[in-house]
Design a protein around this ligand. Structure first.
Ligand code: ADP
Ligand code: MG
Length: 629
């Protein structure tokens, strides 16, 4: 073996210092993952510069343009030039400063990183200076520097993100998805600083306009007028932490985990341990699978907090984590308790924010059986007797899938097997079951039994079928809505009283984008304005009492991510409507409703699975049953 001694003299030196622009590009990978990261860094810089008004303008999900304009401290000529250098920061000087942070930034990396991967234009002026500085920099290269007449404050314009890293650019998601991330970052910063006014424009539309306000008003301005009535305040002051903010009333808890925010020393953080503390306080108050909203602000002494453990700084480490857990849990419990005993007084409730519609207090009901408006008794019926299809021209062809065999021959064999398996289902209620069945029932009808208000059991040729009522109904409705969307003309029922919904700017923008598809399915809008929409017509499958809930759930679902293509949009809408309208577990079904579900399910194209991929029914062979005896 050759020794190193021999090797070294023959080798030339190979280590080099990377040129700055390459080093910056590599560093940028950590700081700038997507347009939303740029938004976060620029907004935080503006907050650190003590701005009282911050504007964010984006185009194409931030891919072509991101601009942040503030009225903060601005920069001197020298600083304007220096701020793009790596590790150039005005926020810390010595290592100890790291443990007494009062600013968002401190690494001095953001601007250098952004400038390495985009075209950047900086305009800035300090109050005391007469003229400002205008700098253009592209992929770390200075292009120009001028003196200019400018308002006080700073404007950063970031164009063509990742222009010099095609792989990264291609890796970006659709504009809608990137925009969703931008809105998340924007909301986090805006929620952390209610005293600063913020606005957000996307492709020329104003999505948010948030005046300086108190915390409650800020939450309401972001999440829409209806949020106000859902909030319960939380307050606690101890030696190690000051807690304030709002938690959502349990009955407004949602399926998706959208509106959950922790802020520590005015910085948005994620912390699963603290999340657990909140969730445990809600124990026993929430229905299965739903998540409460919360907006919780913690102030802790800076030296007890380490925000340095994650490069993008949403994760932090607390010195007294266990104590925090206990304090948080008990104060959330306390607020919930107060709220449960007596409604909390709403001091700053703004009457104009309420929904002026009486349906909001009404309970949702089981979808009633609809009458087909176009029913013609002289026309040959083409579909099985399903009351769930109400649209005019749906050609409802029975699929030829393998399940069809389930029922064939049932009538003949029924007589033979009935005494064997029927009593097994619910032996005690044999007599009652017997009397439930009308002997004069239609010849071809299938007998069904509802078990635990959850499953429908029915005899089939080879044994029994057990159907999950909720999943089955989801499948039925889903296929029906999809059919309606693709039909050229669906039916709309006019509402007796138009319904007004209050939505946030982003939700309204979403609504506008989806208006054509929603109209295609049967919704009709009188107007879509800045913060509200007036609905005047509904798809005929949705009754007026369900409208409020169904529509709000639809917007909430779509907010989670709207697919780009028309087909996928239709699919998301059909899924959401099916989910909201489907009969839930725990609902007692009449015999007629049970058979309707059975019939309609097996007339579906894909009866085996719910639209969310869950099994809708299982079968059990007679032999299997026999074996168990
Ligand atoms: P950091 O925020 O970690 O200090 P950045 O790269 O984000 O690093 O910014 C570098 C420096 O540029 C900041 O420390 C600050 O002095 C200055 N700066 C950045 N944005 C602004 C702004 N909007 N207004 C005034 N100064 C700014
Ligand atoms: Mg910064």
């Amino acid at each position: 073996m050759r020794s190193f001694k021999n090797q070294i003299p023959f080798m030339s030196n190979i280590i080099q210092l990377l040129p700055d622009h390459v080093a910056n590009q590599i560093a940028a990978g950590e700081v700038v993952q997507r347009p939303a990261s740029v938004v976060k860094e620029l907004l935080e810089n503006s907050v650190d510069a003590k701005a009282t008004d911050i504007k964010l303008i984006v185009k194409d999900g931030g891919k072509s343009l991101i601009q942040v304009i503030d009225n903060g401290a601005g920069m001197s000529v020298t600083d304007a030039r220096l701020c793009f250098e790596r590790h150039a920061t005005s926020k810390i000087r010595i290592a100890e400063d790291l443990f007494a942070l009062h600013t968002k930034g401190f690494r001095g990396e953001a601007l250098a990183s952004i400038a390495a991967v985009a075209h950047v234009e900086l305009k800035t002026r300090q109050e005391q200076d007469e003229l400002g500085t205008h700098i253009v920099i592209e992929g770390s290269k200075f292009v120009s520097q001028d003196v200019a007449v400018l308002p006080k404050g700073t404007s950063f314009l970031v164009k063509n993100l990742f222009f010099n890293i095609p792989a990264r650019r291609n890796f970006l998601k659709s504009d809608t998805v990137e925009m969703r991330h931008i809105i998340d970052e924007f909301q986090r910063v805006a929620l952390a600083h209610p005293k600063i006014s913020f606005s957000l424009f996307s492709n020329g539309n104003e999505l948010f306009n948030l005046p300086a306000s108190n915390l409650r008003q800020r939450i309401v301005n972001i999440f829409g007028g209806k949020t106000n009535e859902k909030l319960v305040p939380i307050n606690e002051q101890t030696e190690i932490v000051t807690l304030e903010g709002f938690i959502g009333k349990p009955e407004f808890a949602k399926k998706n985990r959208g509106e959950q925010f922790f802020f520590v020393n005015d910085r948005f953080i994620k912390n699963s341990y603290l999340h657990h503390a909140v969730m445990s306080a809600y124990e026993g108050l929430l229905k299965e699978g739903v998540q409460p909203s919360y907006f919780i602000y913690l102030q802790v002494p800076p030296h007890t907090l380490d925000i340095n453990i994650h490069p993008t700084k949403t994760e932090v480490k607390f010195e007294e984590e266990q104590a925090l857990y206990a304090i948080l849990r008990s104060s959330v419990k306390h607020s919930l308790g107060q709220f449960n005993v007596a409604p909390v007084l709403d001091f700053d409730k703004d009457a104009t924010l309420d929904i002026p519609y009486h349906y909001k207090d009404k309970e949702t009901e089981f979808p009633t059986i609809q009458v087909r408006a176009d029913f013609n008794p002289f026309q040959q019926e083409t579909k099985p007797k399903s009351s769930y299809t109400t649209s005019s021209n749906s050609s409802y062809k029975k699929s030829t899938a393998s399940w069809e065999g389930l029922y064939t021959g049932l009538k003949e064999e029924k007589i033979t097997h009935e005494p064997v398996y029927e009593p097994m289902i619910e032996p005690e209620s044999e007599q009652i079951l017997g009397s439930l069945f009308d002997e004069k029932e239609e010849e071809n009808s299938v007998r069904t039994y509802q078990i635990h208000r959850k499953y429908i059991v029915s005899p089939i040729k080879s044994g029994i079928v057990i159907i999950d009522q909720q999943r089955a109904h989801e499948r039925i409705l889903y296929e029906e809505f999809l059919r309606n969307i693709t039909l050229s003309k669906t039916l709309t029922q006019k509402l007796l009283f138009p319904i007004t919904y209050y939505f946030s700017g982003y939700e309204i923008a979403l609504l506008k984008e989806l208006q054509p598809v929603l109209e295609q399915i049967g919704f009709e809008f009188e107007s879509i304005e800045k913060d509200k929409t007036v609905l005047v017509g509904l798809p005929i499958d949705i009754n007026e009492k369900q409208a409020q809930k169904v529509f709000e759930e639809l917007i909430a679902d779509l907010k989670e991510g709207v697919p780009e293509s028309g087909f996928c949009q239709n699919d998301s809408i059909a899924k959401s409507l099916a989910k909201s309208l489907a009969v839930k577990k725990g609902t007692l079904l009449t015999e007629k409703e049970q058979t309707n579900i059975v019939d309609a399910l097996f007339a579906c194209k894909e009866p085996d699975y719910s639209p969310f991929g869950k099994t809708t029914f299982i079968t059990m062979k007679l032999e299997e049953l026999d074996k168990r005896f």
